[in-house]
Design a protein around this ligand. Structure first.
Ligand code: CP
Length: 326
C-alpha cells in the first residue's frame, strides 16, 4: 500500500501511480463506511480548502464542500469572477498567496488550452496541494469516483472486461474532453479493455490517446477506437456514454455546434443498451442532456448507476484530501 501522498498535487490522473490510486480507493471505501455509520472522522480538523471556480458546478462544488466539512475542516467557495484575477492576479500570485492562506487549493478551470496550464502554473508556486476539480484535459476526481463505482458494481477483478467510452450527442453546449481523456488513461491500469467510440471529428488529443495505448500495453489490456456507436456497445459490461466538443477539429463554437448537430443519432437508448452485455451498467458524470444524450428510460432504468457515481465523488475526494492535505 503506497501512502506517500502528503503534500502531493492531483492534476493529471497519472500523477498518482496505480498503487496510490488503490490506496485512495481503499481510504474512500473506509470513509464511505464511516459516513454511513455516522462515525466522526475529523482527519483535517481546522484545515481550510480553497475552491476556486472559473466554471459552473453542481456536484463538484457540493461534494468538495460537504467533504471537507465532514473531515473537520472548512471549504471556501471562491468564484473567479468575483476576484481580482480579471484585473491582473497571475497564476503565480494565486499559488503564492492562496497557498499561504489555505491548506489545499482546488481549482476548476476548463477553458480550452488554458485550464491545465493554469493549474500547473498555480501548483508551481503553491506550497500546498493543488487538486484539479476539472480542467480542459482531465477530470481526475470524476474518474476516481467512476472507478470506485465500477469496483462496487463489478468487483475489482476487471481484467479483459469491456468498457465502452462513447461520445454522445448533446444540444446544450460543447462539453470539455476531460472526462473521456481521464477515463482512457486510468481504466486500462485496472485491467479493463477500453473501446473509445466517437464520430471522426470528435477525436481526443493525440498524445493522450498514445499514452492511453501505452498504459494498455503496460497492463496487458486492449485499447480500441471505433466510429460506430452501436458496434462499440457490443458486449460491453460498462457503458460510459457522454458528449464532448469537437475541440481537436475546431474551437469555434458555431462550427462545432454545426458538426455536433449532424450526429443526433448518437444517443444511448434501450436499443443500444440491448447490444451491450446483459449485466451492463450505464455511467454518466452528469449533467446529462436528457433524451438527447441518453433517454430517460436508460438513465432512470435498472442498469443506470449515475447516482451512486455522483455519491462516490464525495468519498473519493475526501480520501484524496485526507491523504494529501495537512
Ligand atoms: N460531474 C461533474 O463534474 O458535475 P458538476 O459539473 O456539476 O460539478
Amino acid at each position: 500500500m503506497q501512502t506517500n501522498l502528503r503534500g502531493r498535487d492531483l492534476i493529471c490522473d497519472l500523477d498518482f501511480s496505480k498503487e496510490e490510486v488503490e490506496t485512495v480507493l481503499e481510504v474512500a471505501f473506509d470513509l464511505k463506511r464511516k459516513q454511513a455509520l455516522r462515525e466522526p472522522h475529523p482527519y483535517l480538523r481546522d484545515k481550510v480548502l480553497a475552491m476556486l471556480f472559473f466554471f459552473s458546478s453542481t456536484r463538484t462544488r457540493a461534494s468538495f464542500e460537504a467533504g471537507i466539512a465532514q473531515l473537520g475542516g472548512h471549504g471556501a467557495f471562491i468564484e473567479a469572477a468575483t476576484t481580482q484575477i480579471a484585473h491582473g492576479d497571475t497564476p503565480k500570485e494565486i499559488g503564492e498567496i492562496l497557498g499561504r492562506y489555505f491548506d489545499g487549493l482546488a481549482i476548476r478551470q476548463c477553458d480550452w488550452q488554458v485550464g491545465n496550464a493554469y493549474q500547473n502554473e498555480v501548483a508551481r508556486y503553491s506550497r500546498v496541494p493543488v487538486l484539479n476539480m476539472q480542467c480542459d484535459l482531465y477530470h481526475p476526481f470524476q474518474c476516481l469516483a467512476d472507478l470506485m463505482t465500477i469496483f462496487e458494481k463489478k468487483g475489482t477483478q476487471l481484467r479483459h472486461r469491456k468498457m465502452v467510452v462513447s461520445w454522445a450527442y448533446a444540444a446544450s453546449y460543447l462539453k470539455p474532453i476531460s472526462v473521456p481523456q481521464s477515463l482512457i488513461l486510468q481504466m486500462p491500469r485496472f485491467g479493463l479493455d477500453v473501446t473509445l467510440a466517437y464520430p471522426p471529428e470528435f477525436a481526443l488529443r493525440g498524445d493522450i490517446v498514445e499514452e492511453a495505448k501505452a498504459q494498455a500495453r503496460r497492463y496487458g489490456t486492449s485499447f480500441q477506437i471505433s466510429h460506430d456507436m452501436a458496434e462499440a456497445f457490443n458486449g460491453a459490461e460498462i457503458v460510459y456514454a457522454k458528449s464532448w466538443g469537437p475541440l481537436m477539429t475546431t474551437a469555434d463554437k458555431v462550427e462545432g455546434k454545426r458538426i455536433q448537430d449532424s450526429y443526433q443519432d448518437w444517443i444511448t437508448d434501450a436499443a443500444k443498451m440491448s447490444l451491450a452485455h446483459p449485466d451492463a451498467i450505464f455511467m454518466h458524470p452528469l449533467p446529462a442532456d436528457r433524451n438527447i444524450e441518453v433517454t430517460d428510460e436508460v438513465i432512470d432504468g435498472a442498469q443506470s448507476v449515475v447516482y451512486d457515481e455522483a455519491e462516490n465523488r464525495l468519498h473519493a475526494q475526501k480520501a484524496v484530501m485526507a491523504l494529501t492535505m495537512g
